[in-house]
Ligand binder design. Structure first.
Ligand SMILES: Nc1ncnc2c1ncn2[C@@H]1O[C@H](COP(=O)(O)OP(=O)(O)OP(=O)(O)O)[C@@H](O)[C@H]1O
Ligand SMILES: [Mg+2]
Length: 317
């Protein structure tokens, strides 16, 4: 668990972070979101002591981070930033191996770890390990940045707009991969973004900041359903809110037996794991009131009606 308590940082006249209180549970992703200059990066850097707070504390599993040397602390924390910051004159392998070498891991251990991470990030070792950063695409560099941050098995990963400069498709793919890897490794992630879509897609908890202060934090659903008036409500979007909520829910929540539904013989299908937002798009595309729901093996589980989706938020559990 990471706890920020009354965390404050003043630069001269300017209070960049103002009495911030935030708790992030272990194994969860927290997205820090807000406009440029609201104090997101400063908050992140106070967690790994790249910046010291003016006042307030950061606790990791109950321990004050000031009780540890910054060097020791940073070994427990991976850090990946926008623009990546790979070492240009080191190969992919050497970039990823940076911290493990510092920690005197054996050659075999480092080798195995680099292979494992490249595999996780879907970059074959033989193709990529001995490339230099300038030969890689932006998305590939970004992945290596993430791999390097994960190399020494940190318990906490701090990411500052890691997918900022990427095209939408690559970004979406990397977000999916990050989430998979995060679940698999069970690490805690604090991710800075100014993209609400990204926050909603990835985070267990979204924390909205403005002018150094925390305005609201909660699950994506909670924020979408009950955003605070003003900035938060603007950020989560008036018209888009309904669609964003549907994107967080799955078809299997609303499956009904087919005999309860009036339907055409040859119904188009949707898969049970699809989001309600995508299922809605299919209903509209096919012009059907009901679609057949199938599992991964293609077995019919029932049907899903257009009405059920349209009423989903009114009748939620
Ligand atoms: N080293 C510094 N010296 C003086 N002022 C600083 C310093 N670092 C940050 N600031 C100021 O603190 C405020 C918060 O900066 P911060 O980098 O945390 O914002 P941010 O939310 O990460 O913004 P962005 O989305 O643009 O990255 C800004 O007004 C910035 O100018
Ligand atoms: Mg920043």
């Amino acid at each position: 668990m990471i706890e920020l308590k009354q965390l404050t940082r003043v630069f001269g006249e300017r209070t960049a972070v103002d009495q911030l209180n935030l708790t992030v549970n272990s194994g969860e992703i927290c997205a820090l979101i807000g406009t440029s200059g609201c104090g997101k990066s400063t908050t992140l850097k106070m967690i790994n002591r790249l910046i010291e707070p003016t006042s307030g504390t950061v606790l990791i599993n109950g321990e004050d981070i000031r009780d540890q040397s910054p060097e020791l602390l940073r070994r427990r924390i991976g850090y990946a930033i926008q623009g990546v910051g790979l070492f240009p004159h080191r190969s992919v392998y050497d970039n990823i191996a940076t911290v493990p070498r510092l920690l005197n891991w054996s050659r075999q251990e480092i080798d195995a770890r680099v292979r494992e991470l490249l595999e996780l990030l879907k970059m074959p070792f033989e193709t990529f390990a001995h490339q230099y950063p300038h030969r890689l695409s932006g998305g590939e560099q970004q992945r290596i940045g993430v791999a390097r941050a994960l190399a020494a098995r940190p318990e906490l990963l701090l990411m500052d707009e890691p997918f900022g400069a990427l095209d939408p498709l690559t970004r979406e793919r990397l977000q999916g991969e990050l989430k998979q890897i995060q679940r698999m490794l069970g690490i805690t992630v604090i991710l800075v973004t100014h993209d609400m879509e990204e926050a909603i897609r990835l985070a267990d908890q979204v924390a909205v900041m403005d002018a150094g202060r925390l305005l609201q934090s909660g699950t994506p659903q909670a924020l979408l359903r009950n955003p605070r008036e003003g900035f938060v409500s603007q950020l989560v979007g008036g018209e888009d809110r309904a669609l964003r909520l549907l994107a967080l829910r799955r078809v299997d929540e609303l499956v009904q037996p087919l005999d309860q539904l009036s339907f055409e013989a040859e119904l188009p299908t949707v898969s049970s794991g699809m989001s309600l937002r995508d299922a809605l798009a299919r209903h509209l595309w096919y012009g059907q009131n009901c679609l057949r729901v199938v599992d991964d093996a293609g077995n019919t589980l029932g049907g899903i009606s257009l009405d059920a989706i349209l009423n989903a938020e009114d009748q939620r559990p």
